[in-house]
Design a protein around this ligand. Structure first.
Ligand code: GLY
Ligand code: MN
Ligand code: MN
Length: 447
């Protein structure tokens, strides 16, 4: 790991230690293997909070943060340390089958974490008297309950006897405090998100060129994902939506296996992850290469909401005010087009909010409803948000003229809040209807 990355994760651990205070201990478990079927596992993916604090990508590991210090024996000497990483023991046979292990001996040099031990030492600490002197334990409860392998063996007796081992101790899930920290991105993180966004944007140009009637949704999905991986994206940021026609009106459409018809739109909500950081993009394309009159009316209303909301983003502005602005523009647009009698009914057709924070997670990292004790609504420099208005008309909406039914449009960009305004991190991806038509028709002529 390079110096800059080590310093980033160290700064996160130090900040978290300050937040939790000297009478607390934090134990944050990394992920373990997850079974897919019989003896096949899913590809290993580190827990994001654990990654945020360590950058360590091996399974079966845990980080302990002790702001008040804890005594450890290292090289036969007693030291007081504030952080210990517990890792898998080195094992030549297992490493031949499953990949190299860092080993506790190399943690300090490779990861810059103060101290390291093998996992069985964590078991002794947790199941002995180690916790008794602390008044609070911060732990990733939701994730701990899903652990497998050797970490499950360690945490099961611990969880079962917690009220005997340390009955006085307050137990706090780490996700809220860490989630709040994660809302303000550092320069290091912004560069990772930008890289993810750039890979995704480039892929959309390839996908756009390939859209044509009689292809299948999965043809387009495969082009995007080929491109992400080819250019170093290490994962998809989320399961993609590649939705032709009315499929776009299913918010979590995930089949991506339907035939694409000439007069339909294709809504693509897909993006790459890069070094654990996500981007999140949606564009909507006419499958024929040209919008119908009705598609264009809806498209332009959504585009207006997208652009006007982005223009308003700067520190101090409320995210809810941006949401309200988006709703107003969508409602006004539909009202003027004669598609909405009462503007209050806009939610029936716009369905979702205007956006969310992104970062290590696509929906990053604290549920909005849980952010009650601080003013999260007010945007701050270092926030990265999506702006993604949409309108959706199913065939069931008999109050809407037939030619508008089956239309679903969403346009989504990733926006960095800066000191004085904002930067559209996905701004290199065209979104004006005429630009899209030009790009798609030009490519069709070359065919
Ligand atoms: N792709 C998930 C979202 O737009 O929220
Ligand atoms: Mn989104
Ligand atoms: Mn999205």
């Amino acid at each position: 790991m390079n110096k800059e990355q080590k310093a980033f994760h160290k700064s996160r651990r130090d900040q978290f230690a300050k937040i939790i205070g000297k009478d607390s201990v934090a134990i944050i478990f990394g992920n373990t293997h997850r079974n897919k079927s019989y003896d096949g596992d899913y590809k290993f993916k580190q827990y994001k909070n654990f990654y945020y604090l360590t950058g360590f990508e091996e399974p079966n590991s845990a980080l302990m943060i002790v702001p008040g210090g804890v005594k450890v024996i290292e090289n036969k000497k007693e030291n007081t340390v504030k952080e210990i990483l517990f890792v898998q023991e080195k094992d030549p046979l297992m490493e031949t089958w499953n990949g190299r292990r860092l080993g506790f001996e190399n943690v300090k040099t490779e990861l810059g974490i103060e101290s390291a031990k093998v996992n069985k030492e964590l078991g002794k600490f947790l199941n002995g008297k180690g916790l008794q002197r602390f008044s609070k334990l911060y732990i990733n409860f939701g994730e701990v309950l899903k652990l497998t392998d050797e970490m499950k063996t360690i945490v099961t007796p611990f969880l079962n006897s917690l009220n005997v081992i340390a009955p006085h101790m307050e137990l706090i899930d780490i996700s809220y405090e860490l989630g709040k920290m994660r809302l303000i991105k550092t320069e290091f993180e912004i560069r990772k998100i930008q890289e993810a966004a750039d890979i995704s944007v480039d892929a959309y140009y390839d996908a756009m060129k390939a859209i044509r009637p009689d292809f299948n949704e999965f043809n387009i999905q495969s082009i995007l994902e080929f491109y992400y991986r080819f250019h170093g994206g290490d994962d998809i940021a989320y399961h993609p939506i590649v939705a032709a026609g009315e499929n776009a009106c299913i918010m979590h459409y995930d089949k991506n296996d339907q035939h694409m018809n000439k007069n339909e739109l294709l809504l693509i909500d897909s993006a790459s992850e890069y070094n654990y950081y996500c981007s999140d993009i949606t564009r909507t394309f006419p499958i024929s290469g040209k919008f119908t009159k009705e598609q264009r009316i809806i498209y332009d209303i959504v585009l207006k909401a997208n652009k006007e909301c982005i223009k308003k983003i700067k520190p101090g502005v409320k995210f809810t005010a941006i949401r309200d602005l988006s709703e107003r523009i969508l409602a006004d647009g539909l009202f003027k087009a004669g598609l909405l009698k009462n503007k209050k009914d806009i939610k029936k057709y716009s369905l979702h909010g205007v956006g969310h924070h992104i970062g290590l997670d696509t929906h990053d990292a604290v549920p909005y409803s849980k952010t009650l004790d601080t003013d999260f609504d007010t945007l701050k420099a270092g926030n990265v948000l999506t702006i993604e208005p949409g309108l959706y008309f199913t065939q069931d909406m008999k109050e809407i003229p037939q030619k508008f039914r089956g239309i679903g449009v969403r346009i989504e960009d990733d926006i960095l809040v800066t000191k004085n305004g904002c930067v559209n991190m996905t701004g290199d991806l065209i979104k004006e209807a005429f630009e899209i038509e030009e790009e798609m028709l030009f490519n069709r002529e070359v065919d």
